[in-house]
Ligand binder design. Structure first.
Ligand code: ADP
Length: 312
């Protein structure tokens, strides 16, 4: 479990993190979302004890990380995969960390195997691809078999296979009962892997909700319909739908009416329908609504955090 309480960090005149409070629970993947510059990395560094808060505190399993003698047993972190000595081998890199934590060499081989690097362990890191360096960083995070895992933008720059691999890994850790906090600026990615999302903007909390709840906050059904007579259908639907917008020359997007209702209405009026489908609700759209709401309600973030829908 991670507990962040009234965490604040100033860099000179810049307030990077502003009175931020949230908890991250075990058994779930929690996405830590926000645009670039929102304060995600700064928050994660304070959680890991790598940066001192200006005020407030961050606890991992009830303890501050700064000053822990063997932090790898408490929390594993993937921060910057480029911060590795390029001349070392993958196995050598892990051995250094294992030695300082009193871990056996056997453990190095176990984690190399877990991340699919067993065959590459003897090669120098400078010859590793970005995906291999990410895997090595994750292997290092796993060394002390910690209950809490923190990943900062782990899918950045990875190919499709690498992204899928990380996704399955995160899910696996959560299913093992670990606490998994993963930052990203990619909403679409988080929709696929996260159970819960903590959204921040300009260092402040915007939302702390389950993904399901965030998507529900988008409101009712959304349907796409194509017809050679969009003007007439639009007028016919306008009375009952929450919103009807023209999304193409012969296409409408309808909010607040389900597909059968749209089809039936068109049929009753003798209007031909060439295509009718549900529009998948995306976390991306929910996020845009939420952050637009956050700007509008600036200074009232505590009311917005109650439910995602309140901001829309
Ligand atoms: P994110 O990870 O969400 O992209 P960061 O935590 O990196 O955001 O940055 C938040 C804000 O703090 C930004 O305005 C950034 O410029 C500033 N910042 C981060 N680290 C430092 C630092 N070491 N010195 C000065 N400003 C910093």
């Amino acid at each position: 479990m991670i507990t962040v309480s009234h965490l604040t960090k100033d860099y000179g005149a810049v307030r990077a993190v502003d009175d931020l409070s949230f908890t991250v629970e075990p058994g779930k993947v929690t996405g830590f979302l926000g645009p670039n510059g929102a304060g995600k990395s700064t928050t994660l560094r304070m959680v890991l004890g790598l940066d001192r808060p200006t005020s407030g505190e961050a606890l991992v399993a009830g303890r501050r990380c700064a000053g822990l003698a063997a932090p790898l047993h408490v929390v594993g972190a993937l921060l910057d995969a480029d911060a590795m000595h390029p001349g070392r081998t993958g196995r050598g890199h892990l051995r250094v960390a294992a030695t300082t934590h009193g871990l056996p060499r056997r453990r190095v081989d176990e984690v190399l195997d877990r991340v699919g690097l067993a065959a590459a362990g003897q090669r120098r890191i400078k010859g590793y691809s970005l995906g291999m360096r990410q895997r090595l960083g994750i292997a290092a995070a796993l060394l002390g078999d910690p209950e809490v895992l923190v990943f900062d933008e782990p899918v950045n720059g990875l190919d499709v296979d690498g992204v899928r691999w990380i996704r399955d890994l995160l899910r696996g850790f959560a299913d093992e009962g670990r606490t998994v906090l993963v930052s990203s600026h990619l909403m679409s990615e988080m929709q696929l892997v996260a159970d819960q999302v903590v959204v921040i903007g300009r260092g402040r909390l915007v939302a702390d909700v389950s993904v399901a709840e965030m998507l529900r906050g988008l409101g009712g059904a959304r349907v796409r319909v194509r017809t050679p007579d969009p003007d007439r259908l639009s007028v016919a639907l306008a009375a009952d739908a929450d919103d009807v917008t023209r999304s193409g020359p012969d296409e409408l997007e309808v909010t607040g009416l389900a597909a059968p209702a749209v089809g039936d209405r068109a049929h009753a009026l003798g209007i031909a329908v060439h295509h009718l489908s549900d529009v998948e609700q995306s976390l991306e759209r929910a996020y845009v609504q939420l952050t637009e709401g956050a700007a509008e309600y600036a200074g009232r973030t505590t009311t917005i955090t109650a439910t995602a829908g309140a901001a829309s």
